[in-house]
Design a protein around this ligand. Structure first.
Ligand SMILES: [Zn+2]
Length: 417
C-alpha cells in the first residue's frame, strides 16, 4: 500500500520560524516533519512512498533520495505549477491503482494506521477521512456523519451565524481508493476538502469518517509550531496513539455540565453551568478523554425523538466549541424500564444494560476508545453516577451538587493537578 505525501507547501505563515525551506522540511526535534511521517509509516510496515513536491522540492528529494537510508522506497512527482492539494493527484492515476494513504507533509501525527485501515476495509469505503473534535469547530471544516460513520454532508468554513453541528472536524488525512482519482480533472487546480470530496459525495461514492483522538497537528502558525515541538519532546504525540490505553473522565450531562431542568427536551433549554466549559477544556489539555454518559428517558417517554436528542447534543457541542472545549464522545441511554405511561414508546421501555447505574455505556466506551477504566473517573450529581462508576470499575466516582457553579471545575482540578 502506497503512502502519498503532499509536500508542496511553501510555509508562508511560518516564515518567522524558517522561510528558506519547504514546510515539510521544517525541523521538529532535530528532523524534518516529513521524516517523522516516514518513520511512523515504517513502524506500521508501510515502506512505499510517493512524494508530491513543488516549490523548493529539490531540498526534499536531495535529503531523502530514494529512501534507502530509511529502508523505504521513495518516488517523487515534481509539480511544475501549483495545482492545489488535489491537482497533482490527477497525474498519478497510473501509479495509484490500489487504495493508498494521503498525508500532508506539514503535519505531526502519530496514529494507529492499522486500525484506520481496518475500519476503511470493514466499511468498503471509497474514501475514509481521519476526523476529530477540536477546540475551534466554529472556523473548521465540519463533517456530518450518520450513525454508521458514513458521510452525509460537508460543512466547510466559513459557517453561517447560528450554525449548529457536532464537533467532528476534518483533520486532513485520508485513505483513498483509486476511484477518488476519477473525480480529479487533470491539469486543473483543485483541493481535496473543498472540491474533490464534495464532488465524490454528490456522485454517490461511499465516504466514511474515522473519528480519532490521536495526535494530529499542522504547522499553521509559529505558536502551533512551538506547541507541537513541546508535545513531541514530552512524548505526548506518541502517547496518544490508539494502541495505548487511555484514561477517561466520564461526565453526567444534566446538572453536571448543563443546568438541570426536568426532562430537558428542547435545545433552547440548554444552559452551561458556570465553569463547565473551563472544566472540559482542562480535560482536553490533559491525557484524559472527555465523555458524556447520560440517561435520556425522554426518548422512551416520547418527549423527543432520537433526531431531536441528537440535535440537542449538537447544540451542546456547539456551545462548548465556542468556549474552545469539546467532548470526545457522547453516550446516552434512551430507555426506561417502567411501562404504563400513555404516550410512551414501547420499544424503548425495556430493562436495558445501558441505563445508569448499569455500566453498559462506560463499558461500550471503553471498547470503542481503548480506555483504561481502572484509571478513569465518573463525575455526576446523583447516586446513580456514584454507582455506575463503581459498577464499571472506575478508579473513583465523584458526586457534585446539582447545578452548582464551578463544582465540576473544582472536581476536575482535583483530579488533574
Ligand atoms: Zn439503555
Amino acid at each position: 500500500m502506497k503512502i502519498v505525501i503532499i509536500a508542496g507547501g511553501q510555509g508562508t505563515r511560518i516564515a518567522s520560524v524558517n522561510s528558506e525551506i519547504p514546510k515539510a522540511m521544517i525541523p521538529v526535534c532535530g528532523k524534518p516533519i516529513v521524516e517523522h511521517e516516514v518513520e511512523l509509516c515504517k513502524r506500521y510496515g508501510f515502506a512505499d512512498f510517493l512524494f508530491i513536491i513543488g516549490h523548493m522540492g529539490d531540498q526534499i528529494s536531495s535529503y531523502f533520495g530514494d529512501g534507502k537510508k530509511w529502508d523505504v522506497n521513495i518516488e517523487y512527482y515534481q509539480e511544475t505549477q501549483p495545482l492545489g492539494t488535489a491537482g497533482a493527484l490527477g497525474y498519478l492515476k497510473e501509479k495509484l491503482t490500489e487504495d493508498f494513504f494521503v498525508f500532508y507533509g506539514d503535519t505531526i501525527i502519530d496514529f494507529d494506521m492499522r486500525s484506520m485501515l481496518n475500519y476503511h476495509k470493514s466499511k468498503k469505503a471509497d474514501a475514509t477521512l481521519f476526523l476529530h473534535p477540536n477546540d475551534h469547530p466554529y472556523d473548521s471544516d465540519i463533517v456530518d456523519l450518520d450513525a454508521e460513520g458514513k458521510v452525509r454532508k460537508f460543512f466547510n468554513k466559513p459557517h453561517e451565524e447560528g450554525f449548529v453541528s457536532r464537533n467532528i472536524v476534518n483533520a486532513a488525512l485520508f485513505i483513498f481508493s483509486p476511484k477518488i482519482l476519477t473525480q480529479i480533472e487533470v491539469g486543473v487546480k483543485s483541493h481535496i476538502e473543498k472540491n474533490v470530496l464534495p464532488r465524490c459525495l454528490d456522485n454517490g461514492m461511499n465516504l466514511y469518517g474515522y473519528v480519532s483522538f490521536e495526535y494530529i497537528k499542522d504547522m499553521g502558525t509559529p505558536e502551533r509550531y512551538y506547541a507541537v515541538c513541546d508535545d513531541v519532546k514530552s512524548g505526548k504525540v506518541s502517547r496518544l496513539n490508539r494502541s495505548n490505553k487511555r484514561p477517561a473522565i466520564f461526565l453526567d450531562r444534566d446538572g453536571t455540565i448543563s443546568r438541570e431542568v426536568n426532562l430537558l427536551n428542547k435545545p433552547e433549554q440548554l444552559e452551561l453551568i458556570e465553569g463547565a466549559a473551563e472544566a472540559i477544556r482542562l480535560i482536553n489539555k490533559s491525557d484524559y478523554l472527555s465523555i458524556i454518559v447520560t440517561n435520556q428517558p425522554v426518548i422512551a417517554r416520547n418527549l423527543c425523538s432520537i433526531e431531536e436528542l441528537e440535535y440537542i447534543h449538537a447544540s451542546l457541542e456547539t456551545m462548548l466549541g465556542k468556549e474552545r472545549a469539546y467532548m470526545n464522545a457522547i453516550y446516552y441511554c434512551p430507555h426506561h424500564p417502567d411501562r404504563g405511561y400513555p404516550e410512551e414508546r414501547p420499544e424503548y421501555k425495556i430493562d436495558c444494560e445501558c441505563r445508569k447505574p448499569k455500566p453498559g455505556m462506560l463499558l461500550q466506551a471503553a471498547k470503542d476508545w481503548n480506555i483504561d477504566l481502572s484509571k478513569s473517573y465518573m463525575i455526576g450529581d446523583s447516586d446513580r453516577d456514584l454507582k455506575v462508576g463503581q459498577n464499571a470499575g472506575c478508579k473513583d466516582s465523584i458526586i457534585i451538587k446539582t447545578n452548582e457553579p464551578n463544582a465540576l471545575l473544582n472536581a476536575i482540578k482535583e483530579i488533574i493537578n
